[in-house]
Each structure stands twice: as structure tokens, then as C-alpha cells.
Design a protein around this ligand. Structure first.
Ligand code: ZN
Length: 266
């Protein structure tokens, strides 16, 4: 059984031997480290490199992205800087750069002006198209505007990260040919709709993630999350769907590797 954490945020000073021990204990085969600001995006491939060097058997990738909370960072002409960072990272870390994001729209917190959020979202998708990289989307309370943006990019590869919606949203995301990433949220007692969504979502469109250090799954809820706990969420979903845990682990790992172009086959 091999799990894959398709979305986590590692600290710059992550203790790699502790991380490796945890991943080994829970049969986690690799991870994607996700950028959310200019600073964490600059750091993202370097942290991924350190993890990879600490255990060459792990499959590790990194993304660069500006979270909707931080969209103001790229307001106006400043976006050019981010695009240049992608180009530079592609040169220096071509083996690790696997995607753009997380980016998207967050109307729940509204930390950033909505017009600027949309501008930053579109700009990042345009870069992803230009550099032929898939996109990791964050969306909260902004379904309609998210789909409106995506309508202009129907052919691109997208994953909806930390999907917290219900069955209705699953149908819609599948229409957009999207990969859907479930997090520890699905294990929470009150996540009835999200559990229904996990039940109906076809396995070949699913991947799993931790979003560590946030959103640790039950029974670790409230504690700091780490990439090894993707196995707890995966195990929960497999049981919910009534399918073999090993098969589900293998399928979601393969889906993630395919989506991020990390390996042709397991
Ligand atoms: Zn995240």
C-alpha cells in the first residue's frame, strides 16, 4: 500500500529525518510541496529538494503559487515577477516543478479585493498554460466566479484542492474534467455532504492530500497535521466507498503521479 500526499506546506526548516520516519510508518510514497506567496514559492522547490535528498526513494514535487489571500502581492505589473520566478525555477529545478498554485478565489475570508483575486487567478492560469504546467485550485464560497474563470481554459489540467463540497459540486467539477482532491475534512463528523461526495466521486478522478500543517484528520483533529496522515484520510474514504484500501491507495497515488507528470506508471 502506498499513499501520496498531493498537497502540503512544509516549513523551510522541516526535520527531514522525523518526516521520513513518519512517512515510512504509514507507507507514504511521496508528496507535493505547495507555494502560496512569492516567498514560499521561491522556497518551495528548495524545501522539496532537501526532502528528496534526505530520501531519494521518495517522489517529491513542488508548485509555485499565490494564494487568493495574497493576490494583492501581484496586483498590477508585479505579476511579472511571479512569471519570472516560474521561468527561473523551470531552469533550476525542472525535475521538481510540477504545477502552479495554489491559486483561486476565496470569498469566505475576502482578505483580498475580489477583482484583484480574479486578476491573480487568471494571470496564474495563463502562466500555467504558457509553461505547460497543471493548476492547483483553491476556491471557497466562490463557485460561480471560479467556473466563470475556468470557462476560458476548458482544455487545461486542473485539480480542485481540499474539496469540501457535496455531490452537486462533484458533478460539476467532473464536467470540467477536473481531478478532485479530498483532505482530512472528509473525516470530520459533520462533513456529511462531503462524505456523500466522496462516495459518488469516481476513483479515477480522485486524489488525497493533507494540506498539512492544517486540517489534520480525525482522530488527530486540532493537532498539527503532517504528510503521513494522508493515509488516515485515504483509509477513511476507501472504507466509506466500500472498496479495498490497497487498491484505493494505489489508484489515488497513480492519479496524482499522472496529474503532476511525475511517473508514467507505478
Ligand atoms: Zn494548501
Amino acid at each position: 500500500m502506498t499513499w501520496f500526499d498531493s498537497h502540503c506546506h512544509l516549513e523551510a526548516d522541516v526535520d527531514t529525518s522525523d518526516l521520513n520516519e513518519k512517512l515510512r510508518e504509514r507507507n507514504v510514497y511521496g508528496l507535493i510541496n505547495i507555494g502560496t506567496t512569492m516567498e514560499t514559492s521561491r522556497r518551495s522547490p528548495m524545501v522539496a529538494r532537501r526532502v528528496k535528498e534526505s530520501n531519494p526513494e521518495l517522489i517529491v514535487g513542488a508548485t509555485l503559487g499565490i494564494h487568493p489571500h495574497d493576490g494583492a502581492e501581484v496586483e498590477g505589473g508585479d505579476y511579472l515577477q511571479f512569471d519570472e520566478l516560474i521561468a527561473a525555477t523551470k531552469e533550476e529545478h525542472s525535475d521538481l516543478l510540477v504545477g502552479i498554485g495554489e491559486c483561486g478565489l476565496d470569498y469566505y475570508y475576502d482578505y483580498c479585493d475580489r477583482r484583484v483575486q480574479r486578476q491573480a487567478f487568471v494571470a496564474q492560469i495563463e502562466s500555467a498554460v504558457k509553461y505547460d504546467l497543471p493548476i492547483v485550485i483553491h476556491t471557497r464560497d466562490a463557485w460561480e466566479d471560479t467556473f466563470a474563470v475556468l470557462d476560458d481554459f476548458r482544455d487545461h489540467r486542473f485539480v480542485l484542492h481540499c474539496f469540501t463540497g457535496g455531490p452537486g459540486e462533484v458533478e460539476r467539477l467532473l464536467d470540467y474534467n477536473m481531478v478532485i482532491s479530498f483532505s482530512g475534512v472528509v473525516t470530520f463528523k459533520k462533513s456529511v455532504e462531503n462524505q456523500e461526495a466522496a462516495k459518488i466521486c469516481p476513483v479515477d478522478r480522485m486524489i488525497v492530500e493533507t494540506d498539512a500543517p492544517y486540517l489534520a484528520p480525525t482522530p488527530f483533529r486540532g493537532k498539527p497535521n503532517n504528510p503521513s496522515l494522508v493515509s488516515v484520510t485515504g483509509d477513511f474514504i476507501a472504507k466509506l466507498k466500500g472498496i479495498d484500501v490497497d487498491l484505493f491507495a494505489k489508484a489515488t497515488t497513480q492519479n496524482a503521479l499522472t496529474f503532476f507528470s511525475l511517473l508514467p506508471t507505478l
